[in-house]
Design a protein around this ligand. Structure first.
Ligand code: ARG
Length: 458
């Protein structure tokens, strides 16, 4: 007999049970569900809706059910559709008919919204911690590589040299925005929907604030229809998760490129690489590739959730049961990626000499030659044209700028003097960029200080 079987004269079609049940995946919410029920039952007693003795019996029963589920000793069945009704059924088996009083003044609609919020609240804390670990691993490598210089790229063409530390710090700032977004979204997750009932509230004199307080919510959802219909917090989380995944995927792409023979800038640790079943020489950056690849499923969950919610009328609709798998999978996917990322970054070998070698074999100091001419009072646009000619000449001569003789330089501009050789060295080039946020040693160190500060606050 179903918990709601009273008005039915036939058993549910088996395929319907199978199709509509969510117990296969929402059993993940068991502990949150029981936590919510304990708060609810405590409030029912203090509002004298049930007796203290009844509340004590129900609470004891719920704790026993929690333990059984945790130890895998409870039978969760499709016949009872979802985790909420399975738990209620188990409770009644545990304590008898008094267990049937638990659901007084409550609906699964406010209950499931509560469970989702409790689950997401915990997940946001865990994910923020993991983000910080990735930031710390990046800062660790950045500190070790404050003096490592490599070509910086635009359009994937060598552009201007940068410190490797500067490049890594770019990701620290991105991840900080992600952490800030997660923290900001927490406020909106942390509102209690319980007491909204099915949609219109309840006739019982419940105390919604008491339940909210006892579950450490910041407040209550103010409109009962909104409380049971709102899944904005899920969309917002999936959107934040999409940005995190996007950031990780960009770094992954760089790791993949850098570890190719063509770049040869890093080597990922053996422990974070995999081999080929056929080609004995292979060492593949599988983790980075897979993190990049899993970005697709996170975006998919975001699109799926938005589309599920599109045009849903108020209030609860069964469509909303589709909120769970995407959210759970996103939390698990991100946990997996972020947990691997920190040690993968910390253990990677940075090939400083190869990076430096690359920066000496390109024209990425050409802007500095133009800036040098500007200092001799040549308008930038003219300087640009002159240096364009010098680069063209150098390419024809098979030389880099630092290999030109002073005579050769002076064929293009008499304003070029002996000091050009110092100005075009990679170290001078990076240090000459000393405006805030730029790639000079001092400015990169300044970025470290900002990062230490915001990471402390995370
Ligand atoms: N399993 C449902 C869900 O996840 C719980 C709420 C169902 N409420 C209802 N009236 N059918 O959304």
């Amino acid at each position: 007999m179903k918990l709601w079987g009273g008005r039915f004269t036939k058993p549910t079609n088996e395929l319907v049970d199978e199709y509509t049940s969510s117990i296969q995946f929402d059993q993940k919410l068991a502990q949150q569900d029981i936590k919510g029920s304990l708060a609810h039952v405590g409030m029912l007693a203090s509002c004298q809706i049930i007796s203290k003795e009844e509340a004590a019996t129900i609470s004891k029963g719920l704790t026993a059910v929690a333990e059984k589920i945790q130890n895998g000793d409870a039978e969760l069945s499709e016949d009872h559709e979802d985790i909420h009704m399975n738990i209620e059924k188990l409770l009644i088996e545990e304590v008898g008919p008094v267990g049937g009083k638990l659901h007084t003044g409550r609906s699964r609609n406010d209950q499931v919204a509560l469970d989702m919020r409790l689950y997401l609240r915990e997940s946001i804390v865990v994910l923020t911690d993991l983000l910080v670990q990735v930031q710390e691993s990046l800062i660790g490598q950045a500190e070790k590589n404050i003096d490592t210089i490599l070509p910086g790229y635009t359009h994937l063409q060598r552009a201007q040299p940068v410190r490797f530390a500067h490049h890594l710090m770019a990701y620290v700032f991105m991840l900080q925005r992600d952490a800030d977004r997660l923290k900001d979204s927490y406020k909106r997750v942390n509102q209690s929907p319980l007491g909204a009932g099915a949609l219109a509230g309840t006739t019982f004199p419940i105390n919604r604030e008491q339940v909210a307080d006892s579950l450490n919510f910041d407040g209550i959802c103010e409109n009962s229809l909104d409380a049971v219909s709102d899944r904005d917090f899920v969309v917002e989380f999936l959107s934040n998760a999409s940005l995190i995944s996007m950031h990780l995927s960009r770094l992954c792409e760089e790791l993949v490129q850098w570890s190719s023979a063509e770049f040869n800038f890093i080597e990922l640790d053996d422990a974070f690489s995999t081999g080929s079943s056929m080609m004995p020489q292979k060492k593949n950056p599988d983790v980075a590739e897979l993190v990049r690849g899993k970005t697709g499923r996170v975006y998919g969950h975001l699109m799926g959730m938005l589309t599920t919610l599109k045009a849903l009328p108020l209030a609860y609709n069964k469509d909303m049961q589709e909120d769970k798998e995407g959210m759970f999978d996103t939390v698990d996917t991100l946990k997996g990626a972020l947990s691997l990322f920190a040690p993968m970054i910390s253990s990677m070998q940075v090939k400083k000499d190869e990076m430096y070698d690359a920066v000496q074999k390109d024209y990425s100091n050409a802007t500095d030659l133009a800036d040098y001419l500007v200092q001799q009072d040549i308008p930038f646009r003219e300087a640009h044209a002159i240096v364009g000619q010098i680069v063209l000449y150098s390419i024809e001569q098979n030389k880099y700028l630092l290999q030109l003789t002073l005579d050769e330089f002076q064929q293009f501009s008499s304003s070029i003097g002996e000091d050009i050789y110092e100005a075009l060295k990679p170290e001078s080039v990076v240090n000459a960029r000393n405006v805030k946020g730029a790639t000079s040693r001092d400015q990169v160190k300044e970025q470290f200080h900002h990062a230490y500060h915001f990471i402390d606050g995370n």
